[in-house]
Design a protein. Structure first.
Length: 75
């Protein structure tokens, strides 16, 4: 997963919840410009703020180790 995929998921969930970028920014405590940059996959966005936006939308980020992926492939 890369920054543009995360941005796409955030934008998709924001629209699903019928929120404008301005409303999401206010709820998450960030600026509208930050929301725009995240949704467009800007690489230099602060991770803590991205996670804050995701939490506001009820999204969770999961991390899988290489071992986890190997276990998923095993029968």
């Amino acid at each position: 997963m890369d920054a543009s995929e995360i941005g796409f998921l955030i934008r998709q969930e924001r629209k699903k919840q019928k929120l404008t970028q301005e409303q999401l920014a206010a709820l998450a405590g960030v600026g509208v410009r930050f929301i725009r940059e995240v949704e467009h996959g800007k690489l230099t966005c602060q991770l803590a703020l991205v996670l804050q936006v995701m939490q506001t939308l009820g999204l969770k980020l999961g991390i899988k180790t290489p071992d986890d992926r190997l276990q998923e492939r095993s029968p």
